[in-house]
Design a protein around this ligand. Structure first.
Ligand SMILES: Cc1cc2nc3c(=O)[nH]c(=O)nc-3n(C[C@H](O)[C@H](O)[C@H](O)COP(=O)(O)O)c2cc1C
Length: 200
């Protein structure tokens, strides 16, 4: 039974364009895999807190050395990592906010990057441990940035996922969503047709 983990990062929860595109992808993907198990994390309704120094220190410490607060941080991190380890497919809704990724996505990244669990250091540099997965990213933007220096998201997200071992990453873009009705509807229609193609 294939497993899919869907991450929604839009401020607007299910109303966000990135959430709606990723929902459409998940529905199309599930249609041909009815037994699939889907897990959804919506960071608008349940944001991942910022990782602070006390929390990071918890990752480096032994279980019996951790305060109650540190135990809670590690428990959350373990849960998030467990969801990702179990998944065959990762789906991320990725709005552009102020020229970057949503801060909640960064917080999730900070909780799932754990040395010895999701990556390890080797003589040849870091090695990702979450191999054998495929990721799909639905990137929504008010403007148009793909292929320019203003696209701070694509390389960053691809590099982070690669760092933890997820090297097969496919992006679907819906750009120009705040550049008039035609731009918006054409862009969304193109993204819908692309997501239907890759979900098959
Ligand atoms: C707080 C905020 C910041 C934004 N910053 C940018 C930006 O820097 N560049 C851009 O092209 N669009 C920007 N937008 C527009 C969003 O990228 C666009 O509305 C997109 O559809 C958001 O995805 P969502 O609907 O899934 O949240 C911003 C929107 C918000 C709410």
């Amino acid at each position: 039974m294939p497993k899919l983990l869907q991450i929604k990062t839009s401020l607007f929860a299910n109303q966000g364009q990135s959430s709606q595109l990723s929902d459409a992808f998940v529905a199309a993907w599930q249609a041909s895999r009815p037994a699939a198990q889907i897990t959804v994390r919506d960071f608008a309704s349940a944001p991942i807190p910022h990782l602070d120094g006390v929390g990071f220190q918890a990752f480096l410490s032994q279980p019996d050395e951790r305060s109650a607060e540190q135990q809670a941080t590690v428990a959350l991190s373990d849960t998030l990592i467990g969801e990702l380890q179990a998944a065959d497919v990762l789906v991320i809704g990725l709005p552009m906010y102020n020229l970057g990724v949503p801060s909640t996505l960064k917080s999730w990244f900070d909780h799932i990057a754990r040395a010895g669990i999701t990556f390890r250091y080797t003589a040849n540099g870091p090695q990702g441990l979450l191999t054998g997965k495929k990721a799909y990213v639905f990137a929504t933007r008010g403007g148009r940035y793909a292929g320019t220096a203003f696209d701070t998201q694509t390389d960053y997200v691809r590099n982070f996922l690669g760092f933890i071992g997820i090297s097969e990453v496919e992006f679907v873009y819906a750009e120009g969503l705040n550049m008039g009705d035609d731009s918006r509807s054409n862009s969304l229609a193109a993204a819908q047709s692309e997501l239907a193609r890759i979900a098959a």
